[in-house]
Design a protein around this ligand. Structure first.
Ligand code: FEO
Length: 394
């Protein structure tokens, strides 16, 4: 991606990865992603904030070479994951005098992941500062966004925050700034859901800590730069809050139609009760869309048939994912069917241990659902309405 000036002496030197469609061989990237790296000139020294994925290191090096840099003093590493750190060895090769500035834990991880020698590092701690002349870099240790070593860098005089993954979005775009709010909001929410949601509680604390830092620009390491910082901070406050919405998330799969009939009946039962329902047919859904939906919903209901005594594998995957992402849902239940036996219900409920949910009476049909099964589905919808009313979201 072409170099861009954010303000005098602060350049975007990162890269767009337009056609990347999978991250960590796991997370769908419908809109590609960016690896943002920023070059900061002080009156005495020069610092690079994070590098880029090794796939794009040639673009980063070309951007730095275009600056005719005589020397680079510091490479600030906010996060050891390779999409930001992976090109550091190449940068150090190009600028042998540069030192990698990071915290102790990140240093250890970078030495293990990139085989960097210890003498290449300057280790900082929380609130440490480094002067580059007329600009000051201040470091904020912020673990678990989303690895244990993560930190944020604050450029004091410019009131700029470089939070690496935090506030990021997997969105390849020619816009340097978050001008297209609807698109950026959706991408940032997807990113939060997939990457940050398991650490919701710790992020709440980081948001409080950041109130002490006046901010005019937030420049994350994925997606566009934020000049309206409250846009992304307020979104994060909402997503990480304890407030849930009057929504039921319904990941489902059906083999011969029994579970499907109950799912369709349940959808109508919820709609009649003015409860928003978001069904996801697991044979077709983008798992990222499911993750986004999990951010706000009060209730999760998983619907699955029985295969070889357990749940359909697609439901196992969705349940595993929902449990791993630790959404703030308060209630859960199961709808399903079986032919002759099995422990589908026990398998699913045993996989929800991370969730702080009340399990509502499940509905499991033997074979084709009967009148009594549909009545039980009605009762489940009633129970959800009652619970949602009880917490004041209806
Ligand atoms: Fe964008 Fe956790 O790396």
């Amino acid at each position: 991606m072409a170099m861009r000036e954010i303000k005098t002496g602060i350049l975007y030197v990162g890269s767009n990865h337009w056609d990347r469609r999978l991250f960590d061989e796991l997370i769908p990237l419908p809109d590609g992603t960016t690896y943002n790296s920023y070059l900061i000139f002080g009156s005495e020294k020069t610092a690079l904030i994070d590098s880029v994925d090794p796939d794009k290191q040639h673009e980063l090096i070309a951007n730095l070479e275009n600056q005719n840099l005589k020397k680079l003093d510091y490479v600030i590493s906010n996060h050891a994951e390779q999409d930001h750190s992976g090109s550091i060895p190449k940068v150090l090769e190009a600028f042998p005098g540069a030192k990698v500035v990071t915290n102790e834990k990140c240093k250890t991880m970078l030495m293990e992941l990139l085989l960097l020698p210890e003498e290449k590092f300057i280790t900082i701690s929380d609130k440490s500062t480094i002067s580059i002349g007329d600009r000051t870099l201040e470091f904020i240790i912020a673990p678990w966004v989303h690895w244990p070593e993560t930190m944020l860098t604050y450029l004091r005089e410019d009131k700029m925050l470089f939070p690496c993954d935090l506030f990021g979005a997997h969105l390849a775009t020619s816009d340097l700034y978050a001008n297209d709010r609807a698109r950026v909001y959706e991408s940032a929410k997807r990113y939060y859901a997939e990457i940050m949601m398991p650490f919701r509680n710790v992020i709440q604390k980081h948001l409080t800590k950041l109130e002490d830092f006046p901010m005019e620009i937030i420049a994350p390491s994925h997606g566009p730069v934020h000049r309206d910082v409250n846009f992304i901070i307020d979104a994060y406050r909402d997503w990480t809050s304890d407030t849930v919405k009057n929504e039921v998330i319904l990941p489902y799969v059906s083999m011969h139609g029994s579970t499907e009939k109950m799912v369709q009946y349940f959808i109508d039962a919820l709609i009649k009760r003015d409860i928003t329902v978001k069904p996801f047919n697991l044979t077709k859904t983008d798992i990222g869309e499911l993750a986004i939906a999990l951010v706000d919903a009060a209730t999760i209901v998983i619907a699955a048939p029985t295969v070889l005594v357990g749940p359909h594998p697609a439901a196992v995957y969705a349940t595993y994912l929902a449990n791993a992402l630790r959404p703030k849902a308060r209630y859960a239940s199961v709808i399903g069917s079986y032919g002759w036996g099995g422990k589908m219900l026990e398998h699913i409920t045993s996989m929800l241990g991370n969730l702080k949910v009340e399990l509502l009476q499940p509905v499991i049909a033997k074979g084709h659902p009967k009148e009594s099964d549909f009545e039980a589905v009605e009762k489940l919808a009633d129970a959800i309405l009652e619970r949602h009313r009880g917490i004041g979201i209806v």
